[in-house]
Design a binder for this molecule. Structure first.
Ligand code: TYM
Length: 344
């Protein structure tokens, strides 16, 4: 069977990009799973603290994220859902991986380079300066590899921005096997990224960059908890162009292409099919179609989230049970890892 693993940071309510790029695929994989498949979904608090967080807000987000995952259809009877920080196997394995990871590889990660660029802009220095950034940001992808490989996962449903991290996870799997495993056997399988067609949902305000939690412009993203009127207003102000009619042209018409990607993901059609179907419609008509569809899509999850977030005792029970099952699974991996390395 497959072992599916994925994670999400508890940094606020997920947006449409998280949902269409990753979370909806988690639910799909769960619902299509056979009896031999295992599904493991983690709320990755240790990744979240690579950026400054307020303790109270982080703690609230941590529980809200669990409520969100249940609200969209993750079923704790079928999947293991847990807080990463409840299972120390992740940090232990991350340390061991840190000891075989070349720093040069981490410096080449685009996420690291983006952090450097951010800090350079914020400090308006001409030289790129690493001394301002914490070491956790650099080794972030090593912890991610440990998350995945602690369960010897084979499939990782993520959006496109995580593909390079998945490559590193595969390299670390090989490197560990070669370095430590007798006969260089395939102890860690190379995990593969499971990517959806809507792997990169773009910002509604700047359709040349991805929709992201960290953008200061809240109109740039639709949150899973947005009310129908918030969804309407965000899509109405989405940046498009003044060309007449609908065509799918991601290079020259990124705003329209993004709306077609979103609609396509919701209705199960390709953006090109939709462009043909709506060729003679106006941009405003396309926006209003997307608005109706996204309102429908998020109606159920939003209502369920509002109910579940107040069921703290239930959430704690789910988290406790998930953590126990996650630990049982990964402790066996770590037992063998310690033997391979000589730490037993
Ligand atoms: P995070 O929390 O930033 O995002 C969660 C998931 O949402 C996807 N995503 C998007 N997909 C399409 N379009 C977008 N605009 C968009 N924005 C985000 C992300 O690709 C991701 O799948 N490092 C990870 C969390 C992580 C993880 C792991 C994932 C930690 N350990 C192990 C998989 C396996 C992250 O920061 O995701």
């Amino acid at each position: 069977g497959k072992i599916v693993f994925s994670g999400i940071q508890p940094t606020g309510v997920p947006h449409l990009g998280n949902y269409l790029g990753a979370l909806s695929n988690w639910v799909k994989l769960q619902n299509e799973a056979s009896a031999e498949d295992q599904l493991i979904f983690s709320i990755v608090g240790w990744h979240a603290i690579t950026l400054p967080q307020k303790a109270k807000e982080l703690s609230a987000s941590r529980w809200d994220m669990l409520a969100t995952l249940l609200a969209i259809g993750i079923d704790p009877k079928r999947s293991i859902v847990f807080h990463q920080d409840d299972n120390r196997c992740h940090t232990e394995l991350a340390w061991i991986f840190n000891c075989i990871t070349p720093v040069g590889k981490l410096r080449r990660m685009t996420t690291w380079k983006a952090r450097l660029a951010d800090s350079r802009n914020a400090n308006s220095a001409s030289e790129i300066d690493e001394s301002m950034l914490n070491a956790g940001l650099l080794t972030y992808p090593v912890l991610q590899a440990a998350d995945i490989l602690a369960y010897r996962a084979t499939h990782v449903p993520v959006g496109e921005d995580q593909v390079q991290h998945l490559e590193l996870s595969r390299e670390l799997a090989h490197l560990f096997n070669r370095t430590f495993v007798p006969g260089k056997k395939r102890f860690f399988p190379p995990p593969i990224a499971d990517i959806t067609p809507s792997k990169r949902v773009l910002s509604l305000r700047d359709p040349t960059s991805k929709m992201s939690k960290s953008s200061p412009d809240i109109q740039s993203r639709i949150l899973l908890t947005d009310s129908p009127s918030q969804i309407t207003s965000k899509l109405r102000s989405a940046v498009t162009d003044s060309t007449i009619g609908i065509t799918y042209d991601p290079i020259n018409r990124p705003g329209i292409a993004n709306l077609l990607t979103i609609l396509g993901a919701c209705v199960g059609k390709t953006p090109s099919e939709l462009a043909e179907e709506y060729a003679s419609k106006s941009n405003a008509e396309l926006k209003s179609l997307v608005t109706d569809t996204v309102q429908d899509l998020f109606h159920g999850p939003r209502t369920e989230f509002e109910r579940l977030r107040n069921e703290r005792a239930y959430l704690e029970e789910v988290a406790k049970d998930g953590a126990e099952r996650a630990r049982a699974h990964s402790e066996e991996t770590l037992r063998q890892v310690r033997q391979f390395v000589g730490l037993y």
